[in-house]
Design a protein around this ligand. Structure first.
Ligand SMILES: Nc1nc2c(ncn2[C@@H]2O[C@H](COP(=O)(O)OP(=O)(O)OP(=O)(O)O)[C@@H](O)[C@H]2O)c(=O)[nH]1
Length: 836
């Protein structure tokens, strides 16, 4: 949207030319009255001049109580302060032209003046603006002490001239009570900083009719002593922090709103921002540190309240008060996770408990994502979280331990404690989660229960039957033996823990897993920790929100509500929330969106802060400098990683980040949940990256686009394979290394002249000499010539190769000076791929 100049002039009741001139002076490229300016500038212009008009009207009404006779002007009814200058009509006319020029300069100089006002002395004869009001004049109200300037206090019009009498700076003592003054008494305005003051002798002359002053572009409030902004700054600096206006603001900080808060106009704020090299529109947001600087320049103190923090603390208090009230707590099922070493039988155990078998469906035999299920035993519910077993999933497993009340540590009776068993035990102990040991594969050949119990004792978790405190059950997950005892042991442990939660408060919980499902969009398996989650609830989970569209249980059945410790898959998310992040319920979707927006801003701010603190890593000595240069010169394999679920994605990113090489750096430029799309390929193409897919499919047509753009796709369902292929891709970036491989040697026995040049009659003394090989001629161990073999003949026939013990004729390209006894060595160049 744009506005034509003549429309603008009409709107502010001014000449077209005048408006044109003002706009040109302000840097707008306007040629004729039909030229246009943008809507925002036009609005600001209208606002500025309309308010100036109205205020000037008020001023003129107040200042001209009676029309003056043109020839013999009567002295004004209002007695002006001593020394005050009232301009003649001629002066006004002359200054009218000057005003436009001043107006142009004014805006540019405004900020500069404000800064300068703190350090630069005022022109002589000019009252230190902002420190002292004008001297009192008989009949006028006494001077008031300089008030603390309020942001937004308008400046006097540039054309208004007054003479001010310097008086000592107003003490910060309480202001004397103002005497009643006639309403029509216009108060002299302080001059604008930097505006030249003209002095005139002779009596004050009232304004003449017919030469009404042009309304100044800015209004002056008649009741308030005027101060320039420079003066305002000066005062605010003197006033100190105690008297600064404190502004409370919640991010995001939008230019328009912020301008109003600090008492300035949005367009002025925009120009200040531009001065700082920041280009932001009315409705755009600015960074917090920028807002702080601007607020300080306006004499305000900015307090930014991050809603999340505020709400968290206030919510925490409420929860402490209401949600954890013992009277409201009710018993809840235990949340159990199954941990252990690879192949010790975790999945089989979970299947056995659920009387289902999903082991056969797993790619590579590894559980690759967390599921959560609930089973019933002795009329009590138990919630199980399935955790994967490979080392790559350590993080997920750690998380699994953190969300749970009890950990079942699976130890194969025939294998005993293994590194990952110890790691899992460590996680559980770190999370303060009691452990129930399931000695699995009790049926297997070589099963040794006592050895496992001994290992338990060695790890300070002695089994109960050995006098310790750790419950321990021998089971055969495969045969379904000992499962009931294990479940009973879990329930006993649960009873000891006295697990309770308030089912009536707003739901709170943790995301166990999330993914993007076809037809369902982002979904997340969550475990409710407090309250009851209901369809229709609005949730906030880090940088994602959810209006619960539907919930399904572990059997895929829709449920309407989920009480504490229940696992449910929730539909209706804005995006897939990462596993391990907590969610809470808010009043409605609008609030959820707002909170999430703030969380996103906060996350950005934190990442910005971490980026700016990076210089600490700068090299400080020569060695580290050289290492840094080496690192810069190292090749980079960029990856775009996609995985089926958030947990797998994190695990995959984790293992990729663990691949260390001095020669090739690995950089994950993008990662996400869901199938590989054409966008991923496009991004990979522009970033020269490789797309890696873990347990995901690719959308139709992706292959063709990848081929066309020469983008490598690496897809696999098994993490080890993926790691190997990524390493291969890294190695391929390295420049090949070349090595020489001697394949044979011949001794020159006789030199034969030919029509053109000579041929060396040789005996092959070792290996083989091939026609396409490279050769070097040695004479008394000195290399005389190196090049390619030109001809290789057996008698008169060309030969491709001649083996040791045979005679042949050899001609080297570009060489003719063979001598008897010379040695011709044949070799080939081998190209090898360097290792990482
Ligand atoms: N003999 C015997 N074999 C078992 C038992 N439990 C599991 N197995 C076998 O052990 C192997 C591994 O079982 P999983 O349940 O896949 O082991 P896991 O710990 O879940 O393995 P990951 O998912 O790779 O971590 C399978 O071949 C099972 O049949 C058991 O009680 N007895």
């Amino acid at each position: 949207m744009s506005v034509r100049i003549h429309e603008l002039a009409k709107a502010v009741n001014k000449d077209n030319k005048e408006v044109l001139d003002i706009l040109r002076a302000r840097g707008h490229e306007v040629k004729t009255v039909s030229s246009t300016i943008d809507n925002i500038s036009a609005e600001a212009f209208i606002e500025e001049f309309k308010s100036a008009d109205s205020s000037a009207d008020n001023d003129s009404e107040a200042a001209a109580p009676e029309p003056a006779a043109p020839a013999a002007p009567e002295p004004p009814k209002v007695k002006l302060p001593a020394g005050a200058i009232v301009k003649s009509a001629d002066d006004i006319a002359r200054e009218r032209q000057e005003r436009e020029e001043e107006e142009r300069k004014r805006q540019e100089a405004e900020l500069e003046k404000r800064r300068a006002a703190r350090g630069i002395q005022m022109p002589q004869g000019m009252a230190p603006a902002g420190k002292a009001p004008p001297a009192p004049a008989p009949g006028l109200r006494p001077p008031r002490p300089a008030p603390i300037p309020r942001p937004g206090t308008r400046k006097p019009p540039p054309g208004v001239e007054t003479k001010t009498t310097p008086v000592p700076a107003a003490a910060p003592s309480p202001a004397p009570a103002p005497e009643p003054a006639p309403v029509q008494s216009p108060e002299p305005a302080a001059p604008q900083a930097g505006v030249r003051i003209q002095t005139q002798s002779g009596p004050p002359v009232p304004p003449r009719s017919g030469s009404a002053p042009v309304p100044p572009p800015r209004s002056t409030a008649p009741e308030i002593p005027k101060k320039t902004e420079a003066a305002a700054d000066e005062v605010s600096a003197e006033a100190g922090d105690a008297e600064k206006k404190v502004i409370l603001i919640k991010p995001p900080i939008v230019v328009r709103d912020f301008a109003l808060e600090i008492g300035t106009k949005p367009f002025k704020l925009i120009s200040e921002l531009m001065d700082m090299g920041i280009f932001a529109g009315m409705n755009q947001t600015i960074e917090e540190d920028v807002a702080h600087r601007i607020a300080a320049a306006h004499g305000c103190t900015l307090e930014i309240r991050h809603r999340g923090e505020e709400q968290q603390s206030s919510k925490k208090k409420e929860e402490d008060k209401d949600e954890d009230d013992p009277a409201l707590l009710e018993p809840r099922p235990p949340v159990v996770c199954v941990l252990g070493h690879v192949d010790h039988g975790k999945t089989t155990l979970l299947d056995s408990i659920r009387k289902a078998n999903v082991v056969s469906g797993e790619a590579g035999g590894i559980t690759q994502h967390i599921g959560a299920y609930q089973v019933e035993h002795e009329d009590h519910k138990i919630t199980f979280i399935d955790t994967p077993g490979h080392a790559a999933f350590s993080k997920m497993r750690e998380r699994g331990a953190n969300v749970t009340d009890i950990a079942v540590l699976v130890v194969a009776a025939d294998d005993g404690f293994m590194p990952q068993t110890d790691e899992a035990l460590k996680f559980a102990q770190k999370a303060n989660v009691p452990v129930v040991v399931a000695i699995n594969k009790a049926d297997a050949k070589g099963a040794n229960l006592d050895r496992v119990k001994q290992q338990m004792q060695d790890r300070n978790i002695a089994p109960e039957d050995w006098g310790g405190e750790t419950q321990c059950e021998a089971v055969s997950a495969l045969k379904g033996e000992g499962i009931d005892d294990l479940l009973s042991a879990i329930l006993i442990q649960s009873e000891i823990l006295e697990l309770k939660a308030n089912p009536k408060c707003p739901a709170k919980g943790m995301v166990v897993e999330s993914q993007i499902e076809q037809g369902r969009g982002p979904t997340a398996t969550v475990i409710i920790q407090k309250g009851t989650l209901k369809v229709g609830n609005a949730l906030v989970c880090g940088e994602n929100y959810c209006k619960v569209r539907a919930m399904v249980d572990e059997n895929g059945k829709p449920v309407k509500s989920a009480p504490p410790a229940t696992p449910v898959r929730v539909l209706g998310w804005s995006g897939a929330p990462p596993a391990g992040v907590q969610f809470h319920t808010v009043k409605n979707e609008k609030i959820a969106k707002r909170e999430v927006e703030e969380n996103v801003q906060e996350a950005r701010r934190l990442s910005q802060m971490s980026k700016t603190s990076e210089p600490a890593d700068l090299p400080t000595d020569l060695d580290s400098l050289l290492a840094a240069i080496d690192k810069q010169q190292a090749k980079v394999l960029r990856l775009i990683v996609k995985a089926d679920v958030a947990g797998s994605l994190e695990a995959a990113n984790g293992v990729f980040n663990d691949i260390k090489s001095d020669k090739v750096n690995l950089e994950i430029i993008e990662s996400g949940v869901g199938p590989i799309t054409k966008n991923d390929v496009d991004l990979a193409s522009s970033a020269s990256a490789v797309v890696v897919g873990f347990n995901v499919r690719q959308e139709n047509g992706v292959n063709a686009v990848a081929k066309h753009n020469n983008v490598q796709l690496i897809l696999h369902n098994i993490i080890y394979e993926l790691i190997d292929q990524v390493k291969e891709a890294m190695a391929e970036l390295l420049d090949p290394e070349y090595s020489e491989n001697k394949i044979g040697a011949a001794e020159v026995r006789q030199v034969f002249p030919l029509a053109k040049g000579f041929v060396a009659g040789c005996m092959i003394t070792e290996g083989v000499v091939r026609r396409d090989a490279k050769a070097r001629l040695l004479r008394k161990d000195e290399v005389i010539h190196e090049g390619k073999i030109g001809t290789l003949k057996r008698f008169k026939d060309d030969a491709t190769e001649v083996r040791a013990g045979y005679e042949c004729g050899i001609q080297l390209n570009g060489f003719n000076k063979y001598e008897e006894g010379d040695i011709i060595e044949a070799f080939e160049i081998l190209e090898t791929r360097p290792s990482l």
